[in-house]
Design a protein around this ligand. Structure first.
Ligand SMILES: [Zn+2]
Length: 298
């Protein structure tokens, strides 16, 4: 994870979870904090060796791989923590993610792991979409829901820190079914970013690119392909498929490896996001039958 300078003010640290950094005089804003203390310490060490200040942390969304290192920063540096509304509530009460992943039930202990739940962090400033001045930073906050409920991408000084609104091509191939909570919102957010024109962009998982529009288009096609595959699969089953069956069929089709409960629940949520998009488009119907949610082609 080596520091990479993108222009006069903007930097990034490319890793399995990317971290951004913006420098403005005596102020320095870290964008996302990595999954834990050890990942953010690698960033901090390099910033300090270049005598770059650490005064602010912007958390784009409340997934533990993006805020797990925030606790360490808050404890050791006098930083202002900024997060989008709703996401801020989860960062401050991180058990909410294991609760929602477990459909609202009190989560089993094994779900309270560092991938689903980071240490809680007090948020100092809750923000929403729009242009905002915070100390010396001029930020354009772009609402990009779909991967999480109220994710904000951050554009500043010509660079788009896109959070998890899109994935690098390699990451799409690796995850096979990317984690999303709404396919409709995910695709709408991607189309919104296609209309932007920054000098370059970096997603949470993937590489910095100047021609990021191509990767956005690849992401749109990727989600649409999953929707098509799901619709086709249901057409082969006019008698209907239970929720459990259709999740299993799609995971089999994409050769997903998910033998741990927390991993499986992430895929169940992702597959359900495509199901709900097809319901909203009127392409599939659902009913409760014999105590199961059953989906049918329309
Ligand atoms: Zn995420």
């Amino acid at each position: 994870m080596k520091i990479k300078q993108l222009n006069d003010d903007c930097y990034c640290f490319e890793s399995s979870v990317n971290i951004g950094y913006v420098h403005k005089g005596e102020h320095g804003m870290i964008i996302d904090a990595g999954i834990d203390q050890s990942s953010i310490r690698k960033v901090v060490r390099q910033l300090e060796s270049k005598q770059l200040p650490i005064t602010h942390l912007f958390i784009t969304h409340a997934h533990a791989d993006h805020y797990g290192g925030a606790f360490y920063l808050k404890k050791h540096y006098n930083i202002k923590v900024i997060a989008p509304k709703l996401e801020a509530a989860i960062v401050e009460n991180p058990i909410i993610e294991p609760i929602y992943m477990f459909q609202g039930n009190a989560p089993l202990d094994e779900l309270r792991n560092k991938f689903l739940e980071g240490p809680p962090v007090q948020v100092d400033q809750v923000v929403d979409e729009g242009t905002i001045e915070i100390d010396r930073f001029h930020l354009e906050l772009i609402l990009t829901p779909g991967h999480s409920y109220h994710q904000l991408a951050v554009a500043t000084e010509g660079i788009l820190y896109a959070a998890d609104s899109y994935f690098g091509e390699e990451e799409l191939d690796k995850h096979k079914i990317p984690f999303i909570i709404s396919a409709k919102d995910t695709i709408a957010s991607l189309k919104k970013l296609v209309e932007t024109n920054y000098d370059g962009a970096i997603p949470g998982h993937g590489r910095f690119e100047t021609n990021y529009h191509e990767t956005l288009q690849t992401n749109i096609k990727y989600h649409q392909k999953i929707l098509d595959n799901l619709e086709k699969e249901l057409k082969n089953h006019p008698e209907g498929c239970s929720h459990e069956e259709i999740v299993a069929k799609l995971c089999e089709m994409y050769e997903i490896k998910a033998d741990q409960l927390s991993m499986f629940l992430l895929f169940r949520t992702a597959v359900t996001s495509y199901i709900t998009a097809l319901i909203e488009e009127g392409k599939i119907k659902h009913e409760v039958k014999n105590y199961r949610i059953v989906f049918y082609p329309s």
